[in-house]
Design a protein around this ligand. Structure first.
Ligand code: HEC
Ligand code: HEC
Length: 324
């Protein structure tokens, strides 16, 4: 209602509602015994002698109807329903939602706060926190990463030790808070690759993880890989944290078949993890980080090896743009 710019529509709606209700009342009264005569007919006759009587409605039925009319007037006085009039109770669906959220915050806020002040390792080891984290994960993350967090085609498995953006608590937290973008440009850094060369590259990529491949094609692919792909995937295809995945670890986001790898190289891939920081707030993100970390994929050995994810974020966006 508040979307209307002119006050006319407000009056129009109020008018229609009130006239309809009063109309119902008048119509009802016109059907009462005060206005109709027991035994009188309407004058309609069918099939020679079939007549329509005009008896008053049974009074229990009429009174029931009068009660609904009184109720509707009371309801419209208390709750929004008459144009822009907000009703005596000043109720609104957003108000009710905010109230419920506030109640939940008051109730659960202190529990979240307690965990927020603890270290991720400690939270990950706490069974109550893990249960809370799991519930959050099932609500907000499972539709993409699966209820077991094992991922699906295009959505990474969060339980293995293969991380594009890092498996350390701070890195996982950054992934969740800010979201992540990954972009592989079509044909890597060599937009002029032809179909045969792409096939060679697919054979080389498959050979990196020991899959069946034609050795001559793989050899030719290896030579193409250096200028077209190694800037992101590294000289041996072992990946660059935060920039491009490891192609030699037998873990595939899209699939390892020759067709899928060929498609990846030909068309490129764009992937996005939405940012949750603002929506969920620091406390819930903290619990989720601990939950994901606690799934076992976030390992301590990786910690020492993986450089911080932040500095490599820039080339992800810059590299494809330059070459397009
Ligand atoms: C709309 C689908 C979607 C939802 C919902 C989603 N994610 Fe993701 N997530 C992705 C995609 C896609 C990627 C891979 C991003 C990329 O490669 O750029 C990803 C990546 C990640 C990563 C980084 C993985 C790595 O290898 O470094 C983490 C951690 C993560 N998600 C956790 C979560 C958590 C926790 C939630 C719930 C709050 C969540 N995700 C919800 C799609 C989603
Ligand atoms: C600008 C950096 C960049 C370059 C150059 C690049 N890639 Fe990628 N590549 C990526 C990123 C990022 C992903 C992950 C995309 C995602 O998460 O959706 C990826 C994914 C892949 C995958 C899918 C892996 C899987 O697990 O399914 C294959 C295969 C691949 N690249 C091969 C190549 C080949 C071959 C070349 C050279 C022709 C190449 N890439 C060049 C960034 C790059």
């Amino acid at each position: 209602m508040s979307d209307f710019v002119s006050g006319f529509w407000n009056i129009y709606v109020v008018g229609i509602v009130l006239v309809s209700i009063i109309g119902c009342g008048v119509f009802l009264w016109s059907q009462s015994s005060a206005t109709t005569v027991e035994g009188a007919t309407t004058g309609h006759v069918w099939d020679e002698d079939l007549e329509e009587f005009s008896n008053p409605l049974p009074s229990w039925w009429r009174w029931l109807f009068y009660i609904t009319i009184v109720f509707s007037l009371f309801y419209l006085a208390m709750y929004p329903g008459l144009g822009t009039y907000k009703g005596q109770f000043n109720w609104s669906s957003t108000g009710q939602y905010d109230g419920e959220m506030k109640k939940a915050d008051d109730q659960y806020g202190p529990i979240y706060k307690k965990f927020q002040s603890q270290d991720i390792m400690a939270v990950a080891a706490n069974s109550e926190a893990r249960e809370m984290g799991q519930r959050l994960f099932l609500t907000y993350c499972a539709q993409c990463h699966g209820s077991d967090a094992k991922g699906a085609r295009g959505f990474p498995n969060l339980t293995d030790n293969d991380w594009l953006f890092g498996g350390m608590p701070e890195q996982i937290k950054e992934s969740i808070t800010k979201g992540r973008d990954a972009m592989m440009p079509p044909k890597g850094l060599k937009p002029d690759l032809n179909g045969d060369q792409i096939k060679d590259l697919a054979h080389y990529v498959r050979s990196l993880s020991g899959l069946a491949s034609d050795s001559i094609r793989a050899q030719r692919g290896k030579e193409l890989f250096a200028p077209a792909c190694s800037a992101c995937h590294g000289p041996e295809g072992k990946g660059t944290p935060g920039l491009a995945p490891n192609l030699s670890d037998k873990i595939w986001l899209y699939g390892s078949s020759e067709d899928t790898v060929t498609e990846t190289i030909t068309k490129g891939r764009i992937n996005r993890m939405p940012a949750w920081g603002e929506f969920l707030g620091e406390a819930k993100v903290h619990l989720l980080t601990a939950y994901v970390y606690g799934l076992g994929g976030g390992s301590k050995e990786v910690a020492a090896a993986a450089p911080a994810a932040a500095p490599v974020a820039a080339p992800v966006a810059a590299a494809p743009a330059e070459k397009k």
